[in-house]
Design a protein around this ligand. Structure first.
Ligand SMILES: C[S@@+](CC[C@H](N)C(=O)[O-])C[C@H]1O[C@@H](n2cnc3c(N)ncnc32)[C@H](O)[C@@H]1O
Length: 228
């Protein structure tokens, strides 16, 4: 039975601050209702039918996770991507800063290939170059410092490893600027070009927008690529 690990980085210095949105995810009630929202959220945001099965097909088609690979599901919540990866016979570290979310994930996804970790991924303490792939489904929108999160996700990937991002990008609209205010959620709506700039050692291989939702697949350069 997979265990929930404690913070792997108990001696971390300055703890990253939390947004209101991050705090709301540490509530039991948010965790319990999360998959109800998640199953509908992309259809609501994109304006086209976009259920979890369609998202899973897109992820598998573009990322092709292989048996035996090591993946990090960054901000796993109830374990949607962790479950997909375990079904592809990958080993998964499903990490989140919310203990209720991790409990919900463990309740839903029983694969022995998944380990659960209570971690703030802006400062994870995970060893560098230790994963073949990272998934981050909307974690970028909620984290306190998205540049710091992206740096950390790039760091933990092995050369040639891939990063799969799903997020709501910047529109400049009034609703987004309201939700960005710290007292009203502190959400981030990054521009795709800004995201690419935070990943200097990675190449965007696939990027697509479906309504208000953006998907991106990046691959980490091999050392000789970076040096070139
Ligand atoms: C919108 S939910 C995404 C859920 C999941 N990735 C999915 O695709 O269903 C964002 C999750 O990321 C977590 N989170 C936000 N910032 C985080 C951080 N810096 N470190 C770890 N988890 C974080 C939140 O607790 C929340 O569970």
């Amino acid at each position: 039975m997979p265990q929930m690990q404690g913070n792997l980085n108990p001696d971390a210095g300055d703890r990253p601050a939390l947004t209101l949105a991050q705090h709301s995810n540490t509530l039991e009630v948010t965790a319990r209702g999360y998959m109800l929202w998640r199953a509908r959220s992309l259809s609501l945001l994109s304006g086209v039918p976009f259920g979890l099965k369609r998202e899973a097909r897109l992820f598998r088609a573009l990322c092709g996770p292989q048996p035996g690979q090591d993946w990090l599901d960054a901000g796993t919540s109830a374990g949607f991507y962790a479950g997909l990866l375990a079904a592809a016979d990958c080993r998964v570290l499903a990490a989140d800063l919310s203990a209720p979310m991790l409990r919900e994930g463990m309740r839903r996804e029983k694969s022995a290939l998944i380990d659960w970790a209570l971690l703030n991924l802006e400062d994870s303490g995970l060893p560098g170059e230790s994963f073949d792939g990272v998934t981050a489904g909307a974690t970028l929108n909620e984290t306190h410092d998205p540049a710091r999160l992206l740096r950390e996700l790039e760091r933990v990937l092995r050369p040639g490893g891939q990063l799969w991002l799903m997020y709501v990008p910047r529109t400049g609209g009034p609703l987004q600027s309201t939700l960005s205010k710290p007292a009203l959620g502190g959400l981030n709506f990054p521009d795709p070009a800004w995201v690419a700039r935070q990943l200097p050692g990675m190449q965007l291989t696939d990027g697509l927008g479906i309504g208000a939702v953006r998907f991106g697949r990046y691959v980490k350069n091999h050392r000789q690529d970076s040096a070139a």
